[in-house]
Design a protein around this ligand. Structure first.
Ligand SMILES: *Cc1c(COP(=O)(O)O)cnc(C)c1O
Length: 358
């Protein structure tokens, strides 16, 4: 028998979430599968969505080429755009759509020679202030690209800084800025990430760009949007110890038993992607029952509290996150976000689950 650490990937849940996003937004939806599909396996997820997804999005050209090598034929948008002429050559050779977010990238497109017109998603900085063409310069940038024979369709896009906070005004301001600066320009529009899809109907246009919601981690977990978690990260108890009051546990000895404490050692650590910073008290499920992490997470192992779970034994299944323990609740305890936890999963075996045919 091999080490029980497993990331189970439920492809039916992925499809459910994709359909939910598209239905909620209307129009078409790019499935964002950058960063190895947020740790879920990009090729696997692309294949699971290949018969339905309108298009895919990745961060960099290398990620797109892996998908092309795997036989994925849908359009693929490269969200960071070109870093140099080679990226545009790949885009033409492999039919990739490219984001253009600054003057340097416009110059690269101008210098690009191609018989096949390149589809460009021209990104506006409507208030995130990270990248994108300034609203006042947007129409001119659009005109410059439109005049180029090597440019085909131009999709107008922007990205939200705080779409997952429905009560703040900045998203409405970003929408208004975008609409003002694109008024009269031809072309399809795309504004919404997951938060926008779920919380900002005023921003629903031709294309949605859902990422995290596809994986069932709700960006606004206080509301139930009907998402299904795709990844279940699980392992098993590999050893059990009893601590007497006053005894310290693990590296640093930070957890000291106050009462007789039964400790389960779990085959999962930060080298698998479980966050080392998850403190004592972080939720975890053993035999389907909620308990807590105790002591420091180490590289290959971690410890959980079995004091109130007398039936737990070596081999008892442990869910680190999934349907019993939401990845959002672990992220919150660890002071981070579900995105980071999911992206970090590594070393563990992946097991594919699909309840409906692909
Ligand atoms: C990553 C990304 C998305 C997806 O964001 P989520 O919050 O995961 O839905 C959408 N658009 C752009 C430009 C991105 O970089």
């Amino acid at each position: 028998m091999s080490r029980p650490a497993i990331a189970r990937i439920d492809l039916s849940a992925l499809r459910h979430n994709y359909h939910l996003a598209r239905q909620r937004h209307g129009g078409r939806a790019l499935a964002v599968i950058k960063a190895n599909a947020y740790g879920h396996g990009a090729i696997l997820c692309a294949r699971a969505l290949a018969d339905t997804a309108d298009a895919f999005a990745v961060a960099i050209v290398e990620e797109a080429l892996e998908l092309r090598d795997a036989g994925i034929r849908q359009p693929i948008l490269v969200l960071e755009g070109a870093f140099g002429p080679d990226d545009l050559a790949h885009a033409t050779a492999h039919d990739l759509w490219m984001v253009v977010h600054n003057a340097e990238q416009i110059a690269l497109v101008e210098a690009h020679r191609s018989i096949r017109p390149l589809t460009v998603w021209l990104k506006m900085d409507s208030g995130m202030r990270r990248a994108g063409i300034a609203p006042a310069a947007y129409a001119a940038a659009h005109a410059r690209l439109r005049a180029l024979p090597q440019v085909g369709d131009i999709v107008l896009m922007t990205h939200f800084a705080r779409a997952d906070e429905p009560d703040v005004a900045t998203t409405a301001e970003q929408i208004a800025t975008f609409d003002r600066a694109t008024a009269g320009l031809p072309g399809e529009r795309s504004l919404c990430n997951s938060g926008g899809v779920l919380a900002w109907p005023a921003a629903h246009r031709d294309w949605a760009r859902p990422g995290i919601l596809l994986y069932g981690a709700d960006p606004m977990p206080s509301d139930d949007h009907g998402l299904q978690p795709v990844m279940t990260l699980s392992s098993a108890i590999m050893n059990i110890r009893d601590l007497a009051p006053g005894e310290a546990l693990g590296y640093g000895g930070r957890f000291v038993a106050e009462v007789p404490t039964r400790v389960g050692l779990v085959a999962m650590g930060y080298a698998d992607g479980y966050p080392r910073v998850a403190p004592t008290g972080t939720p975890v499920a053993v035999d389907g029952q909620l308990t807590r992490v105790i002591g420091r997470v180490s590289m290959d192992m971690m410890t959980v509290d079995l004091t109130d779970l007398p039936a737990a034994r070596i081999g008892s299944p442990v869910e680190l996150w999934g349907r019993s323990v939401s990845v959002n609740s672990v992220a919150q305890a660890a002071g981070t976000i579900a995105y980071e936890l999911l992206c970090n999963v590594k070393r563990v075996r992946r097991e594919i689950v699909s309840t409906t045919p692909a």
